[in-house]
Design a protein around this ligand. Structure first.
Ligand code: GTP
Ligand code: MG
Length: 200
C-alpha cells in the first residue's frame, strides 16, 4: 500500500468529462472544512497537492489525482458551507450526484466526518443517500487529534454518537477509520483499506 508517485491529472466540471481509462477510483467527500484536502496531502505526503486554501464553495470541479499510475484519488468540493448561495447548493448536488450515479469505476466513497464536533444532520443525509443508492462508503473520521474541546465531547464520544444514528439506516455498518492529518493517525490503516478494496 505504499505511495510511490502521485500526479494531478485533471479537473472536470461534470462526470462525463472525467478520465476514461477505467482505473479504479476513490472519491473524497465531506463538509467544507472537514479536512478533505489536508487528508489527501497527508496520504500522499505532499504539502500542497490538493489546495487547502481555496475558498469554500468556489470549486465546482471533480479533481483526479493518479496514484502509482494505478488508481485515482478524487477530490470533490465540500458540501454544507453556510455562505454558499442557494443556486450554488443546488448546483453542487446535481453535479455530484451525477458523478456518483454514473461513475462505473468508483470503488468507494471516503466520507469524511469531523470527529471534533457532534453528529451533523447534513452528514447523515449524505451517508443515507449513498446507502440508498448502493454506493459503498467508508467513514473517515477527521481531526481525531483535537482532544481539548472547550465544551462538549471528545472525538471518541462524537464518533460513537454518529454510529448510533447510522445504525438505524444501515443493516451492516460501513467500515470506519479514525484519522488525523496533524499526527498521521490512521494514514497507514486507510491506505491498507484502500488497497484491499481495490483487490477484491
Ligand atoms: P474545503 O476545500 O473548503 O471543502 O475544505 P477541506 O475539507 O478541504 O478542509 P481543509 O483540508 O482545507 O482543512 C480545513 C481546516 O481544518 C484547515 O485549517 C486545516 O488545517 C484543519 N484540519 C484539517 N485536518 C485536520 C486534522 O486532522 N486535525 C486538525 N487539528 N485540524 C485539521
Ligand atoms: Mg479542500
Amino acid at each position: 500500500s505504499r505511495i510511490k508517485d502521485v500526479e494531478f491529472v485533471k479537473s472536470s466540471p461534470k462526470a462525463k468529462d472525467c478520465p476514461k481509462d477505467h482505473r479504479p477510483e476513490f472519491a473524497v467527500l465531506g463538509r467544507s472544512n472537514v479536512g478533505k484536502s489536508s487528508l489527501i496531502n497527508s496520504l500522499v505526503r505532499k504539502k500542497e497537492l490538493a489546495l487547502t486554501s481555496k475558498k469554500p464553495g468556489k470549486t465546482q470541479l471533480i479533481n483526479h489525482f493518479l496514484v502509482n499510475k494505478k488508481w485515482y484519488l478524487v477530490d470533490l468540493p465540500g458540501y454544507g458551507f453556510a455562505k454558499a448561495s442557494e443556486a450554488a447548493k443546488v448546483d453542487w448536488s446535481s453535479f455530484t450526484k451525477g458523478y456518483f450515479l454514473n461513475r462505473d469505476t468508483l470503488v468507494a466513497v471516503l466520507l469524511l466526518i469531523d470527529a471534533s464536533v457532534p453528529p451533523q444532520r447534513i452528514d447523515f443525509d449524505c451517508a443515507n443517500w449513498l446507502g440508498r443508492n448502493n454506493i459503498p462508503v467508508t467513514f473517515v473520521f477527521t481531526k481525531c487529534d483535537k482532544m481539548k474541546v472547550a465544551k462538549g465531547k471528545i472525538p471518541e464520544e462524537n464518533i460513537r454518537d454518529f454510529q448510533e444514528i447510522i445504525k438505524q439506516n444501515y443493516k451492516q455498518h460501513p467500515p470506519w477509520i479514525m484519522t488525523s492529518s496533524v499526527t498521521g493517525l490512521g494514514r497507514d490503516d486507510l491506505l491498507l483499506h484502500v488497497s484491499q478494496l481495490r483487490n477484491y
